[in-house]
Write a protein that binds this ligand. Structure first.
Ligand code: GLC
Length: 615
């Protein structure tokens, strides 16, 4: 390392050294050897970071808040589905940019066994891209291309577990104690049974149990998710050291957003739920410091499956930050509940809660992701309307698989019990909104309503404060793909229903006037542009619930620096009135005309964005 580089490294490290040492000792007592190895991990990664990434760091650090800009829209994609391979994704970057996207999140691309992959979330080599997708060098090239176009690129760091075919797991199976210590191995079922008394199950039907028998060693190993995903033991400092090295390596190849997968599960303790324990935050803070020393242009996104107020602790504090962004799972699920019930009261309550969170926090909002929709709604709140949790979950699943006469939706259910009281919902936005069924059954009369619903939900997504993340293909109304059922490795996992291959022929039709693709693509793009043009969408804006005196119509108000927006979303099948009476003159941003904000009529499954400017 040159003298200058060394000086930069030392200066950055000195800012954090005491805190780092303190945090590390908190977890690992006084394990000086492990700590000094941790420091070599940082120094090596810093040395290896190439000048173009160091330039990227300087750019980001000079204006660290840009990712919170209202012009920032993300897109999530599986590389194999979107572009075939990494080079294919590169070839489609103009398309990505044409939607207004400034951040792409690639689903796991690292080596993972074909038969037991969990969509790439069972990693067998953290330093190697899965062969059909390309190489680490291909990833580097893609990342460079993205950065040149002002697009950030994110990867998952699957931290909680490795595949049981990872080298560490293989060596553990072969009897090497050192490698068994990287996992949670038990000689018999006595301790696992104690854990089971307090640890809930993630996939109770698709992958029951939290432990798996390892026949090679005649021992039991902890497997919170699938039996082939072995939980890592973060009480062992070697695990944290090596996983930090894995993260920094991805950052050095160009990843500048790291999605910390299943992060709240990292620390296990007997007698607890093994979720969200204080040590998780210590680990997160250590990772954050590692990134700030080596690659400060990196943003950390926490996959925390909790409602936003509960997940807020994952941001850390202003002087000791942890994640930059956190996924907002609860509002997403509440939106789909509202689609089924046509009753906005829960959603109103959710948006109200979101708007009371500190404006410094950044949530990643979405309508759907690669995962299912887990019906973890606020049942305490719903109780007042006589809604019973189990019956309601059952209703929601049945509604979206299309069993109810007023539902045009076509969904699949994952991890379901035979009565479907616990299942979790799968489907693309278009399929859940009724576009698939209207097209397949030739119900042309139902198509316009389904398209309107899809667009209204996208408008709602873009009205929320935070970073909206589109799922690739949703912008052209991509429908479910049940071909996964022919693949023995995937057929039991209905989440693949909404992870289909991007239909580029359909995408081409976005230029054909009047096509479904054109109607969705053009309008979504227009909404993204409007969001970028108006400061009222700024994340710092005041947000409140507008009383519409109508339980079918959600009203959201936003105000920022002289701009005020009133947004109304009608979830019912007929036209509804938002009973408001505002004095100022407004512009209807979508219909492009002046209007009054008095008793506003909102067509069925449609929305209105009204803007007024002061001063
Ligand atoms: C996360 C991922 C999910 C995966 C799980 C186990 O929740 O989003 O797809 O199954 O982690 O890695």
């Amino acid at each position: 390392m040159s003298e200058d580089a060394l000086a930069v490294y030392k200066e950055r490290l000195s800012v954090y050294y005491d805190e780092l040492k303190w945090l590390y000792s908190e977890l690992y007592r006084d394990d000086r050897q492990a700590f000094s190895y941790f420091l070599t991990v940082l120094e090596r990664a810093f040395t290896e970071r190439d000048p173009s990434m160091k330039a990227w760091d300087r750019l980001v650090v000079s204006d660290r808040q840009t990712y919170r800009d209202p012009s920032d829209v993300g897109m999530q994609m599986y590389v194999e589905c979107f572009g075939g391979d990494l080079a294919g994704v590169r070839a489609h970057l103009d398309y990505v940019r044409s939607v207004g996207v400034k951040f792409i999140h690639l689903m796991p691309i690292l080596e993972s066994p074909v038969a037991h992959s969990d969509g790439g979330y069972a990693v067998s080599d953290f330093g190697k891209v899965r062969a059909p997708l390309g190489t680490m060098e291909d990833f580097r090239t893609l990342a460079k291309d993205c950065h040149e176009r002002g697009i950030r690129i994110g990867l998952d760091l699957v931290m909680n577990h490795t595949s049981n075919e990872h080298e560490w797991a293989r060596r553990a199976k072969a009897g090497e104690k050192e490698y068994q210590d990287r996992y949670l191995f038990y000689d018999d079922w006595s301790i696992p049974r104690l854990y089971d008394q307090t640890v809930p199950q993630v996939f109770p039907h698709a992958a029951p149990g939290n432990f798996t028998w390892c026949p090679e060693q005649g021992k039991v190993v902890m497997t919170t998710f699938y039996p082939y995903q072995w939980d890592l033991n973060y009480r062992n400092p070697t695990v944290l050291n090596d996983m930090t090295a894995a993260m920094l390596n991805l950052c050095n190849y160009g990843a500048d957003v790291i999605r910390l997968d299943a992060v709240s599960y990292l620390w296990k303790k007997l007698g607890t739920s093994c979720r969200d324990l204080p040590e998780v935050h210590t680990i997160l803070r250590i990772l954050r410091i590692a990134a700030d020393v080596v690659c400060p242009g990196t943003l950390l996104a926490g996959d925390v499956a909790m409602e936003p107020a509960g997940a807020a602790s994952y941001f850390g504090t202003p002087d000791k930050p942890e994640c930059d962004m956190i996924y907002n799972v609860s509002t997403m699920a509440s939106i789909w509940h509202t689609v089924a019930t046509r009753d906005v009261r829960l959603l109103r309550h959710r948006v109200e809660m979101d708007s009371s969170l500190p404006k410094s926090s950044t949530y990643l909002n979405f309508l759907r992701s690669h995962d299912d929709i887990d019906w973890s709604l606020d049942y305490e709140f719903l109780k007042q309307f006589g809604i019973d949790e189990s019956a309601h979950r059952h209703f929601l699943n049945e509604y979206f698989i299309g069993k109810w006469p007023d539902s045009g939706s076509a969904a699949g259910v994952y991890d379901a019990d035979p009565q479907m009281r616990e299942g979790r919902l799968c489907g693309t936005t278009a399929s859940l909104c009724g576009i698939e069924r209207a097209l397949a059954q030739g119900e042309q009369d139902k198509l316009p309503g389904a398209i309107r619903l899809d667009l209204m939900l996208h408008a709602l997504l873009l009205t929320q404060s935070g970073v909206p993340v589109l799922y690739s293909g949703d912008e052209i109304g991509q429908c479910n793909d049940d071909s996964y059922m022919e693949d023995p490795a995937r057929k039991t996992d209905a989440r693949f229903l909404h992870r289909g291959v991007m239909n580029w022929e359909r995408a081409e039709r976005r230029t054909e006037p009047g096509s479904v693709e054109q109607k969705l693509f053009d309008r979504i793009r227009e909404l993204v542009q409007l969001r970028a043009q108006h400061r009222v969408f700024n994340i710092e804006a005041d947000v409140w619930i507008v009383e519409t005196w109508n339980d079918h119509v959600l009203g959201i108000g936003r105000y920022y620096q002289g701009e005020k927006l009133l947004a109304f979303f009608n979830f019912s099948d007929g036209e509804e009135i938002a009973w408001i009476d505002e004095a100022e003159p407004y512009v209807d941003l979508i219909r492009d005309r002046f209007t009054e904000a008095k008793a506003v009529a909102v067509p069925a499954h449609d929305f209105v964005w009204l803007l007024t400017t002061f001063g």
